[in-house]
Design a protein around this ligand. Sequence first.
Ligand SMILES: [Zn+2]
Length: 414
Amino acid sequence: MSDRIADALDHRDVNRDLDVFATDPLAGSGLPLWLPAGAAIRDELQRLAKDIAHEDGCVDVYTPVLGKRALFERSGHWAKFSPDMFPPMRLGDDELVLRPANCPHHALVYSAAQHSYRELPIRLNELAPMFRAERSGVISGLQRVRQINLDDTHVFCRPDQIADEVARALRAALRAQRILGLPIDYVRLSLRDDSSSWLGSDEQWQASQQALRDAALGVLAVEEIPLVEALGEAAFYGPKLDLQVHGGRGHEETIATVQLDFNQPERFDLTFQAADGSSQRVVMIHRGTVGAMERVVASLLERYQGRLPLWLAPVQIAVLPVSEAHDVAARAAIDALRARRLRAELQLDGSLGARIRDARRQRASLIAVIGDREASAGLVQVTDGADRNRRTVPLAELVEKAAAAHRHREPVRW
Ligand SMILES: [Zn+2]
């Protein structure tokens, strides 16, 4: 695959042509600025994340990026991660910190109301920032940053719902990665070993590990993706599944995780009312689908070497009048494309050859040229970057086909 060749460009090199993000010492390292092209890509990813979450029965919540230090002491983050957290801010008698994870807030959303066994599962989705005090030495482009905007879902369910919820989460994550064109190489099932440092009972672990294994095998058999078991690699609070890919330049990374958690429900005393009226401990599942905006954009830029699929491309259609005589027709084309919410750009300056080179450098998905013949007949001459073929089609056809490709997140079907 082309994304695995050794001389593939780093996302920072691709960024030089596409202007996705910028950094400024005054803003601070690891705090990239998303430029218009980057915002266009990120908007599409956020829309995808939300579409998948909603199709999957998640509901949206919004929670603050700041919280009292006590909240993260309760969750256990403070004890474990405080060296990687920004130092607390003092405000009156409170100490506030930038959150290192969204989970504690979502636990509080769950506990804001009482829940019966009949209401479960409840799936809370939020695409929200969290913070890491990365040292300046390890900061790199979009790969290692200090603010991570994560597509994050927390499921609250009964123990008997674990297998279904895990299968659902895994299918959603695989669907997201398939749409993005970032194929998963394998899924890793992290289990506990026989040492004693695990939270929860043996029975709880055995049942949940088996539920994860069965759910994963069921989903992955259909997808023909291998499952690899890793003994002793579980978090102390529960087993998990990691979706693994081999990155553009040889390294391996985790794209999404489905993590069972027995710890947060204990720490926040999260319960549901069972059929017999008793109060039972709920199970929490952390799940990701699209992932962190920064990391997924870096992966996409490297995977496609900047030539993103049309639905993600910052410039979907570059419109080039051959000369000033064709400006009116070109503007009409821009208006028609933008009316369908396509990202179309009019390029006027310089020779036609220079403008074509410029549009290619920006990795425009489609380059539409309008000269005498086209202008007089309502046509455009289109070159599709995906197949490099040149076609002359009516403007209305270009608009319809590009809009359909955008809506369905597919290549243009000529
Ligand atoms: Zn979480």
